[in-house]
Write a protein that binds this ligand. Sequence first.
Ligand code: CP
Length: 321
Amino acid sequence: MKKFFSVKDVANVSEVVKEALELKANPYALPNLGKHKTLGLVFLNPSLRTRLSTQKAAMNLGMNVMVINMDKEGWALETKDGIVMNGTTVEHIREAAAVMGEYCDILGLRSFPTLKDREEDYSEDLFNKFMTYCAVPVVSLESATRHPLQSLTDIITITEHKTVKIPKVVLAWAPHVKALPQAVPNSFSEWMCQAQSEGLVDFTIAHPAGYELSEEFTNGAKISHNLDDSIKDADFVYVKNWSSYQEYGEVYPVSENWLIDNKKLALTNNAKIMHCLPVRRDLELSSEILDGPNSLVIKEASNRVWAAQVVLKRMLESLAK
Ligand code: CP
């Protein structure tokens, strides 16, 4: 594996989940696979889970890890070509990525979208340039349009906790006060659509009108504007806010109640409730759910290690070839 950016970078969802669960059962089985190999984690935006779980996964495989918070510690990056750098940017991504590739065997990059220019964000220009110029395998730590380590974690967690062969999984939009990216719901949707095609889940997306995701990510999903109807008999409800894709980055007022609480939970098949975290309590998700027996959010965050470890394992194996 030379790149981990989308569901297309794994041939088969059930196989990668199985391999991740084998690593979970035996985390230190490959202590030398990453010996004398260095992972560089490059953050242009904040992180708790992605940073620590990916470091932990790399250490389990015997890797050395270096982390740089480029937004605070690095030089201001220029990503556009063909311009005279006489403004605030100091270093071009061509040199910065190439240099990091000299120090590291594998690189991870986190870079959020601007939410100002849809065409530019959805071109994934920054991630693609970073990949090109660093010349080593790259794992996305969340890009403008996707968060694949989170989505792999989510299907691992669903597989572990399902009580029926094909559980009903609902991605449910939730309220927020800020404009958030579509990366997590895009990614969750593309992984669930692939999992559905492999007969692993039955997948529905529920959101208010105006919050349609790009069809690129939702092909095969059932889509509804009614939360109560959608979560009826659900086995898993995946709660997440996102801003509008059509009116890019806009936040529309929503009059209906989209907050999942115990009353909504009663409509489900005693569903397990998921969220990628961080979560704003009683805005995005009720405290009674987060503190209650149906919440999977901590177990889900814990599984971030196994998603990262299986991806790093596959990249290390491809380096050895
Ligand atoms: N879910 C997730 O990616 O968390 P962090 O932003 O803290 O890494």
